[in-house]
Design a protein around this ligand. Structure first.
Ligand code: FNR
Length: 378
């Protein structure tokens, strides 16, 4: 209603409300390096495309006369109350697309009471982002540092700064082959003075200070090697429990046996995700694995989903297929690029409004009503 009313007054939204056009307009707005850092995917992009295509294989079957005028989309996820089942996926180095980076994202998320999952690779410190998010819900994502002391220190700081749940990303123990990103290598790290290292977190600064500023590429590689390069096995998980007393979720689960194993190991939740198609090109669409995984472990643990969510219908479908909530990645980052905090808010409010309308018009008043019977596979 707000958008229509403003339109009658001659004011249209600052930028598009359409998720596809949003990416196109970000391509016009951003330099190629920053744009491809966000838009890029692994290899040929087959998995990134499959993530989107998978949603098309499911269609909503709307119901009529269900008294859906008033809707309550709220839910609770591992102790965090959400006005709608949407979280902000962890996205690293957000100052690449806007100087306010994660601070702007945190403010927008807090205003909407949606949890922001802060990336280990944040361009602003854990504490500064916590301050920007005020009393808003916040979770922390871990890229598991090779050094246990660094890891323990990061987790301690996150806990002290009020992040409640821990998301441990398993699918990126080393970076995937991302041609578009490689073609623009280091461009995202350019600023007006030449190369600049965008990480302000003390854990990174202390490493980077060992490297002369003029040799920023070496510094960046040094940072990357701090949190990548080491794959682990299931026996490593107790370390996390010892260093984190809140809920823990494993992100990047794609096989039903891994989901079972995570839950058997005492994890509180999993995120069915292929990192937005950025890691294994040719990997199965994340949505295609969701029903089987949710059926296997949904009763025992919290199942979240990301990779390809763009519209309200996508949110509805993921929930109907067993997700408790979804995370959204690239779209809000494009919002950030377009307008900082306001831009993130515009994108998220659009997604929430679209989801709300889609729920109502398909005859649903609460998210608990959603299961696979509301969809038809085509
Ligand atoms: C990511 N993602 C990510 N995940 C993570 O655990 N830590 C991180 O630092 C990042 N960084 C990151 C940067 C950029 C630019 C993108 C696009 C993605 C993955 C992210 O959390 C999420 O899994 C995907 O973005 C979901 O897919 P969509 O919504 O972008 O299709």
């Amino acid at each position: 209603n707000e958008i229509y009313l403003q339109g009658y007054g001659g004011t249209t939204p600052a930028f598009t409300t359409d998720a596809t056009r949003l990416e196109e307009s970000a391509a016009d707005l951003l330099e190629p390096g920053p744009f491809w850092y966000v838009a890029g995917a692994a290899g040929s992009g087959a998995t990134a495309r499959a993530n989107r295509a998978a949603f098309d294989h499911w269609r909503i079957v709307p119901r009529m006369l269900t008294d859906a005028t008033e809707r309550d989309l709220s839910t609770t996820v591992l102790g965090t109350e959400l006005p709608a089942p949407v979280l902000l996926a962890p996205v690293g180095v957000q100052s690449i697309v806007h100087p306010d980076g994660e601070l702007a994202t945190a403010r927008a998320a807090a205003g909407l009471r949606l949890p922001m999952v802060l990336s280990t690779a944040s361009s602003h410190s854990i504490e500064a982002v916590a301050e920007a998010s005020g009393d808003g819900p916040r979770w922390f994502q871990l890229y598991w540092p090779n050094d246990p002391d660094v890891c323990g220190s990061i987790l301690r700081r996150a806990k002290e700064a009020g992040y409640t749940a821990l998301v441990v990303t398993l699918d990126t123990w080393t970076l995937g082959w991302r041609p578009a990103d490689l073609d623009g290598a280091y461009l995202p790290f350019l600023n007006g003075d030449g190369l600049a290292v965008p990480f302000t977190d003390p854990a990174f600064r202390s490493l980077l200070e060992k490297t002369p500023e003029e040799d920023a590429p070496t510094a960046i590689l040094r940072w990357i090697s701090m949190v990548t390069g080491t794959d682990r096995n299931w026996s490593a998980l107790p370390f996390l429990r010892e260093h984190w007393d809140g809920p823990i979720l494993l992100k990047g689960i794609q096989h039903v046996d891994d989901a079972r194993r995570a839950v058997d190991a005492g994890m509180d939740g999993i995120i069915v995700s292929n990192h937005g198609g950025r890691q294994v090109d040719g990997a199965v669409a994340a949505l295609d694995m969701l029903p089987e995984i949710a059926t296997a472990v949904g009763e025992r643990a919290t199942v979240l989903f990301d990779s390809g969510v763009r519209t309200g219908a996508d949110v509805l479908k993921a929930l109907a297929l067993g997700a408790r909530a979804v995370l959204v990645g690239r779209p809000y980052v494009y919002g950030l690029a377009h307008g900082g905090e306001d831009g993130v808010r515009h994108v998220l409010r659009g997604l929430l409004a679209d989801f709300d309308l889609t729920m109502g018009l398909s005859g649903h008043r609460t998210v608990t009503e959603l299961d696979s019977t509301v969809l038809r596979r085509v």
